[in-house]
Write a protein that binds this ligand. Sequence first.
Ligand SMILES: NC(=O)c1ccc[n+]([C@@H]2O[C@H](COP(=O)([O-])OP(=O)(O)OC[C@H]3O[C@@H](n4cnc5c(N)ncnc54)[C@H](O)[C@@H]3O)[C@@H](O)[C@H]2O)c1
Length: 440
Amino acid sequence: MKIAVVGTGYVGLVTGTCFSEMGVHVTCVDVDERKIEALNHGIIPIYEPGLETLVHKNMKSRRLHFTTRLEEVINDVDIVFSAVGTPPDEDGSADLKYVLDVAHTIGKHLNHYVVVVTKSTVPVGTASKVKAVIQEELDLRGVNLDFDVASNPEFLKEGNAVKDFMSPDRVVVGVESERARKLMARLYKPFMIVSDRLIFTDIPSAEMIKYAANSMLATRISFMNDIANLCELVGADVNMVRKGIGSDTRIGKKFLYAGCGYGGSCFPKDVKALIKTAADLGYPMRVLKAVEEVNADQKIVLYRKVVDYYGGDEAQLRDKVIALWGLSFKPETDDMREAPSLVLIDLLLKAGALVKVYDPVAMDECRRRIGDCVTYCPDMYQAAEGCDALMLVTEWKEFRMPNIDTLQHKMRGRLILDGRNILDGEELKLAGFEYHCIGK
Ligand SMILES: NC(=O)c1ccc[n+]([C@@H]2O[C@H](COP(=O)([O-])OP(=O)(O)OC[C@H]3O[C@@H](n4cnc5c(N)ncnc54)[C@H](O)[C@@H]3O)[C@@H](O)[C@H]2O)c1
């Protein structure tokens, strides 16, 4: 089978690479010439565990190709995936510009039957729009041919993307014809050997499933953050509460961790987009609005704690040296979209603090985003050196058991703020640190 994957970002590159690993002939397409040139030289534009090896292996086997020219591959494939970005528009709705651009290109060049599958996260009704755009282009050319659209939302997690794609919990495919269903079932068959986790739905349901899933996960996080903040007021420990409620099988253990807010390329924008879709239809998504509000507040919790430490006076932060451990929105990725670290850095700099940062992989991405307004340090201890306060923002494994002697020796102050509840607070307190985390 031959497929094209349009959009070679986190989702497209992983999708294309994993299909090629299963023996499919894949061409990944992107409008970003630099990205495609780099990929053709074996340079991977993102950090994702296991991805580089698979890309190199499948390029060598000539099953994985990269191009900027969709028109050159469209008539040689059975399925075209569209995995381009759907960033939030100013009003919070998903911006479908890139998705519809791809549809125009397909319609302008298509000469045979294909299934056009949207993998990007898109609002209900987008597949119909894609179909209409392709049909419009075909009509303009006077071409009469059959094609199908389908929706196959992606559930991979950055940092675990290859594993998630290769062994998915489920694959949701929304189809409107038997022909498309059969083709999609054949494509995903190699992933279903152990158990069949392919769920076919109608297209609007598939589109909705993705938003509902991300909104549910974001809701669990904001709910736990709200509970954590209350725990602090009543003297309870959110970690104990988490264990207590998570052992109820109706609730489950996952996604119950309190912290300094969710970020990333998906939760913030998908929650916004679902609120907007509902608003356009006259329905207020009250729960999700609260989820957003709690999260925006949670991203500044560490800042509030450091200000509290200095007597509630922001002016006291002037010339203080604050170290940040972790910049990416979560571990095992260099993605900093909507990362809490960016909010914290901004507030600290505005208050006149000097900010030192370290992240195992996101330093280049941070520099690309905010330039040299912070000091980039080659390791976690150099970031801590001379600092008055240390904020742990991303729960990278290497931060879990820091050498306390080294910290005592390097830090000027004694304040440690653990935004992910992963440090041993008792041990730090015994060593003379003032330790604060979330929800205790
Ligand atoms: N990142 C994730 O963890 C994740 C997970 C599940 C779903 N999604 C969804 O998948 C979609 C893609 O997300 P991403 O994180 O991979 O985005 P990304 O920004 O990393 O990549 C998008 C790519 O599309 C390319 N592109 C834009 N217009 C194009 C066009 N007309 N033709 C060809 N290429 C074009 C861009 O150059 C870019 O390389 C989004 O809708 C997102 O919500 C993302």
